[in-house]
Write a protein that binds this ligand. Structure first.
Ligand SMILES: [Zn+2]
Length: 190
């Protein structure tokens, strides 16, 4: 019983037509201006349409005119994907930077020097060369490293490497990063 309750409601992805837990899916609504908007918090009023956090489902939804059918307004998979990634990255960074005020975020190359087991390193750029080797070593030492290539969604002022120390594992950040990773890797094909 408890298990069932914790799974929450289920919804249909309008792309692949699979039924999944609502929390795993991205929600979209039609705005008053008759455009499809991404509902980051899942609380915008009106009827929602749902998609897996997977670029392939965005493409399938567009091919099937599924937004037109579900919300009465068409949408471009490419534009929507871009907006979703922008919003998710912005939200994820806001969460990360909320640690900064408490002195728990270290930037840049220092992030790699100071990382200890139990810390989280977030790589927002492609990791290459010497940093690639260092990151693989850190993983062996039990340091979590999450990698997403989202440079084009963040400003030039945001460093490519962030370290969260005394990090209380925030599963929401891990889930959000996983969604961003799935969306951005498939998104290159669009
Ligand atoms: Zn899907």
């Amino acid at each position: 019983m408890k298990d069932r309750a914790s799974k929450g409601p289920f919804r249909l992805c309008i792309g692949c037509r699979e039924v999944r837990q609502k929390g795993e899916l991205l929600r979209f609504v039609k705005t008053s201006k008759s455009v499809v908007a991404f509902d980051l918090k899942g609380k915008m009023p009106g009827r929602g349409a749902y998609l897996c956090p997977d670029a392939a489902c965005f493409i399938m939804a567009q091919k099937r005119a599924a937004f037109q059918r579900a919300l009465g307004v068409s949408a471009s998979a490419r534009d929507l994907l871009h907006n979703v990634l922008k919003d998710l990255v912005k939200d994820m960074l806001a969460r990360v930077f909320s640690y900064k005020g408490r002195g728990k975020v270290v930037y840049g190359e220092n992030a790699l020097d100071k990382a200890q087991p139990g810390n989280l390193v977030l790589a927002l750029d492609e990791v290459t060369g010497d940093n690639r080797r260092r990151i693989e070593e850190m993983r062996l030492r039990g340091i979590d490293v999450l990698e997403v290539c989202v440079r084009r969604y963040i400003g030039p002022d945001v460093p490519g490497l962030l370290l969260m120390v005394n990090f209380k594992r925030d599963s929401y950040i891990y889930e959000e990063v996983e969604k961003i990773r799935r969306l951005s890797s498939g998104g290159l094909a669009i």
